[in-house]
Design a protein around this ligand. Structure first.
Ligand code: ADP
Ligand code: ASP
Ligand code: MG
Length: 401
């Protein structure tokens, strides 16, 4: 079978005309002898609007109910796309995540895909139908609908491609993956290809063009992922296994994440049991902590700073209050006006001087770094949010992205 999985994002299915345009593209592909599985996101800003609605009703909505609500966005777009295809004379059938057996584990609003039953998909393809599947959602062991985290339709699509042993085409509102978000730096250059490793770092560090879990899955199953425009027929970017040559650019991309908070705790007793217990509370809530720095102990006390996603602020506040109740002498400071700026590239493995160049350009632009962390292929630093625009442009320019 010549199966291909295509995914269309929110903007790409944001209006009747756009849905019709997507339907035409799917039909073209089918005419080229493909069996097509399509994953779609909710139309336009539907998910954002549903989130606002939830918070207008309840400032602390239950995560189970949140999943129930947010999963409805994709249900609208799958049925409309299916109707569009049918009106153009093609047989199509839509399914929700639970209906198609996308089984998930983990907490509500940030579940992970455990497995997919392909029976219904293959049966429908064999009946010559175009199969349309709601992205972003699945079902857990309690038979509750779950969601995969914002932007999670990419992960639904790649997971389906993995189990169907098919290539995955992600169609979106830009023409591919760029060295930096082209909306922030219009001179950004499009990449022909990017390695899973680099894309995973970029996606995890704020390049919202792809959901990080999608890249993790693609890499695990060695599934090629194409990212291209849903509107224009121009070559996009392929995400695949790969190393760059020794003489390649040191930096492949810059990412900026404006949805992070920085938490600093002062005067914690210097005891590893206390520190590990504290971070366990965050792990239990599946809060992804990225940067951690700890001061040297003075008089048996340490300070710890770390970053967490802003969307976890409510849970973080509860954990911090409980910690403060147990250790009344500690001080807690939450800084919400920060951004995490990162440079990523496997070229860093073989080229020195990247950190020096990066820090110098920040210094030249009077940008302070509040925290730094590095891995073999990335350098991230926390800066004040007010500096983010100039920091992105200066970095992109300096590294010719
Ligand atoms: P979709 O609704 O199709 O999933 P998203 O909004 O999730 O689309 O992702 C596409 C957006 O990602 C683009 O509009 C762009 O602003 C942003 N983006 C961030 N970083 C990059 C990058 N490095 N290359 C391309 N686009 C990026
Ligand atoms: N509709 C969901 C969101 O806006 C999932 C997605 O678009 O990938 O986050
Ligand atoms: Mg997206």
């Amino acid at each position: 079978m010549n199966i291909v999985v295509q995914k269309y994002g929110g903007t790409s299915v944001g209006s009747v005309e756009r849905i019709q345009n997507v339907a035409k593209r799917i039909i073209e592909k089918k005419k080229n002898n493909h069996q097509i599985v399509v994953v779609v996101s909710a139309m336009g800003k539907t998910t954002d609007d549903l989130v606002k609605l939830a918070y207008a009703i309840n400032p602390s909505p239950s995560k189970r109910e949140m999943d129930r609500l947010l999963s409805t966005g994709e249900q609208i777009s799958i049925s409309l796309l299916s109707m569009a295809l049918q009106s153009m004379g093609h047989d199509a059938i839509s399914f929700t995540g639970p209906q198609i057996g996308i089984r998930t584990s983990g907490l509500h609003t940030k579940s992970r895909i455990e497995g997919i039953d392909t029976t219904k998909i293959l049966d429908s393809l064999n009946e010559d139908k175009i199969v349309i599947i709601a992205g972003f959602q699945g079902v857990n062991d309690n038979d509750d609908v779950t969601t995969l985290g914002r932007g999670g339709s990419d992960t639904s699509a790649v997971a389906l491609a993995c189990v169907l042993d098919a290539p995955c085409e992600i169609y979106t509102d830009v023409e591919g993956i760029y060295g930096v978000d082209p909306r922030l730096y219009p001179a950004a250059k499009k990449l022909d290809s990017v390695s899973y490793e680099e894309m995973l770092e970029m996606a995890s560090l704020g390049a919202g063009v792809m959901h990080p879990r999608a890249i993790e899955l693609g890499s695990k199953y060695d599934t090629n992922i194409w990212v291209a425009s849903s509107e224009f027929d121009v070559p996009g970017t392929i995400i695949k296994k790969g190393e760059k040559g020794m003489e390649g650019q040191s930096i492949t991309g810059v990412a900026i994440d404006n949805d992070q908070i920085m938490i600093t705790i002062r005067d914690i007793p210097f005891d590893m049991n206390i520190t590990s217990h504290f971070f366990y509370q965050f792990a239990n809530k599946s809060i992804n902590i990225d940067m951690i720095s700890q001061s040297a102990p003075i008089d048996g006390l340490i300070n710890i700073s770390f970053t967490a996603p802003s969307s976890d602020l409510n849970d973080a506040n509860k954990i911090l209050s409980a910690f403060q109740e147990k250790h009344p002498s500690i001080g807690v400071l939450i800084n919400e006006s920060i951004s995490k700026l990162s440079v990523v590239g496997i070229g860093m493995r073989s080229q020195s001087g990247v950190a020096a160049k990066f820090f110098q350009l920040l210094a030249d632009n009077d940008i302070q770094m509040l925290m730094i962390t590095t891995s073999e292929i990335r350098i991230s630093c926390i800066i004040k949010s007010k500096d983010k625009d100039i920091a992105v442009s200066a970095t992109a320019e300096a590294f010719e992205l």
